[in-house]
Ligand binder design. Structure first.
Ligand code: IMP
Ligand code: MG
Length: 179
């Protein structure tokens, strides 16, 4: 697929992200205080940077697992059907679970994944997303914690890609096509 040229404009600085994660982790810590084991589940691949920063702010007994759901392919339009490409390695029955997502857009991915995980009877299932685009919602879904509500812009960086690129950008930027 030929790539249209684009520039990336900074939307959320690395410093602002770090400060927000610190605040969120104080709330998460309070919620799960006393847990015997929290399984932190990252949705691949976009959450890999977020989950890395998140778990290092949590002073709780945690395990980390990953699940991968199909999403956009290489376009900027959401596909409606969600498929599980890679399932968790461990069982979550009776466990506390925190699902970590990079961004909630239409809501299809997280509503599908949380329904699936809920069917495995965890003790507690909570969700966190770094970014949220409320204006794009097609199915009702609200996460327990949100880093930032953002407008309807296509964003990259901090783990989030455009056709697999720009995941290594340390901040969140918006994509602006220049032709
Ligand atoms: P949803 O199922 O429409 O909520 O889509 C969620 C998934 O779409 C996220 O996990 C992202 O991988 C992807 N996505 C949504 N918005 C963006 C964006 O602005 N940039 C990059 N990926 C996005
Ligand atoms: Mg994703």
């Amino acid at each position: 697929m030929p790539r249209r040229p684009y520039v990336i404009e900074e939307m959320i600085s690395a410093k602002a992200i770090a400060a927000r994660i610190e605040a969120l982790c104080r709330e998460i810590q309070a919620e799960f205080e006393g847990t015997d084991k929290l399984v932190v589940v990252g949705l691949l691949r976009g959450s890999f940077v977020f989950i890395a920063d998140l778990v290092r702010e949590l002073d709780l007994p945690i395990e980390v697992d990953f699940i991968e759901a199909s999403s956009y392919g290489d376009a900027t339009e959401s596909s409606r059907e969600v498929r599980i490409l890679k399932d968790l390695r461990g069982a979550i029955e009776g466990r506390d679970v925190l699902v970590v997502e990079d961004i909630i857009d239409t809501g299809h991915t997280l509503s599908h994944v949380t329904r699936l995980l809920q069917s495995r009877n965890p003790a507690r299932l909570k969700t966190i997303a770094l970014l949220n685009k409320p204006s794009r919602r097609e199915v009702e879904f609200s996460a327990d914690w949100i880093g930032f509500d953002i407008p309807d812009e296509f964003v990259v960086g901090y783990g989030i890609d455009f056709a697999q690129r720009n995941r290594n950008l340390p901040h969140i930027g918006k994509v602006r096509f220049i032709e």
